[in-house]
Design a protein around this ligand. Structure first.
Ligand SMILES: Cc1cc2nc3c(=O)[nH]c(=O)nc-3n(C[C@H](O)[C@H](O)[C@H](O)COP(=O)(O)O)c2cc1C
Length: 289
């Protein structure tokens, strides 16, 4: 069960941790200090600990002083300090700022060097506003249906927020980049994700905020007319969306994530797996594609 502890001597009750919580798990307690209210919704992203200007908030007992200070001086600190930004300034990126980002794009690798990616770059906030209004209205209509498709079910919990006009999908970002690949490309699902990973790190190295946007990706698939607005060429499939803009928040320290599982393979160890295990493995690999 995720939880936070707050050092009341250090906390200045600014509420930055509460505002930045994607799942709205945090709230002020009766003495106006942050507390975990809905732990079951917590994603464990540690943004609350990362954003605290005072180092007053500990996530799951982790000492904020054990985090690295944010610095984008080398690639490792950039990777460690990259955060999903969901609060943006109103300001748009300038033509020159976009030019700098676009100049990097041709260097992104693609499978078999097919080099056929398509980037839909929403450069104007007004277009984002149009997309947000369109998507909110369409989702409200779909959510009024008795039977919801599995894709629409993702959004059931946000129905009231959509009705209030909240921007749950695009997070108020002034820009979005959607990368599409030709359905026939050898690495059609992988190339756009690699492209956005490069873009994300480069953009964050320049001080911009980014956020992978699964919700926008679902909406693009649900409402094909958005593909026309995004000028996605015929024969191309939109693979993923990323929000981008100048951040209205500043993270102070890195998170302290749990390690992933790693098998350190240094020798060939022959294990006799039973026929049942082999069959299960075959089908798991097959289903994963
Ligand atoms: C593939 C992918 C899809 C995501 N989709 C969304 C999304 O639709 N909306 C959102 O607010 N965050 C989205 N995120 C951001 C994750 O919630 C975030 O990466 C996670 O909470 C960890 O936080 P961090 O990126 O700041 O380390 C997505 C991230 C990934 C990698």
């Amino acid at each position: 069960m995720n939880n936070i502890t707050v050092d009341k001597e250090k906390c200045i009750q600014c509420g930055l941790c509460i505002n930045d919580c994607i799942s709205k798990c945090l709230d002020f307690d009766t003495e106006n200090y942050p507390k975990m209210k809905y732990t079951e919704h917590c994603l464990g992203c540690q943004h609350c600990m990362s954003i605290c200007p005072q180092g007053a908030l500990s996530f799951n007992g982790k000492n904020p002083d054990d985090s690295d200070k944010i610095s984008n001086k080398n690639i490792l600190s950039l990777i460690k300090s990259r955060r999903s930004v969901r609060q943006y300034k109103d300001e748009e990126l300038t033509e020159d700022e976009w030019k700098t980002l676009k100049n990097m794009l041709p260097y992104i690798p693609t499978g078999c060097n097919s080099h056929q990616l398509h980037f839909s770059i929403v450069e104007k906030r007004a277009v984002m506003q149009h997309l947000k209004d369109k998507v909110n209205n369409r989702l409200i209509k779909l959510l009024n249906n008795k039977v919801l498709s599995p894709l629409v079910k993702h959004f059931e919990v946000y129905k009231k927020a959509f009705e209030k006009g909240e921007d749950i999908i695009f997070r108020g970002a002034p820009h979005m980049v959607v990368v599409s690949s030709p359905i026939t490309a050898p690495c059609a699902p992988q190339d756009p994700v690699i492209a956005l990973s490069y873009l994300e790190l480069y953009a964050q190295s320049l001080g911009y905020g980014t956020c992978w946007c699964g919700y926008a990706t679902i909406c693009i698939k649900l409402f094909p007319e958005i593909c026309d607005i995004l000028e996605i060429p015929k024969g191309y499939s939109p693979i993923y969306a990323m929000l981008i803009g100048k951040p209205a928040v500043k993270y102070q320290r890195t998170i302290q994530p749990e390690p992933y599982k790693i098998s350190e393979i240094k020798d060939v160890i022959q294990k006799d797996s039973c026929i049942w295990c082999k069959t299960k493995r075959f089908f798991t690999n097959f289903l994963r594609g």
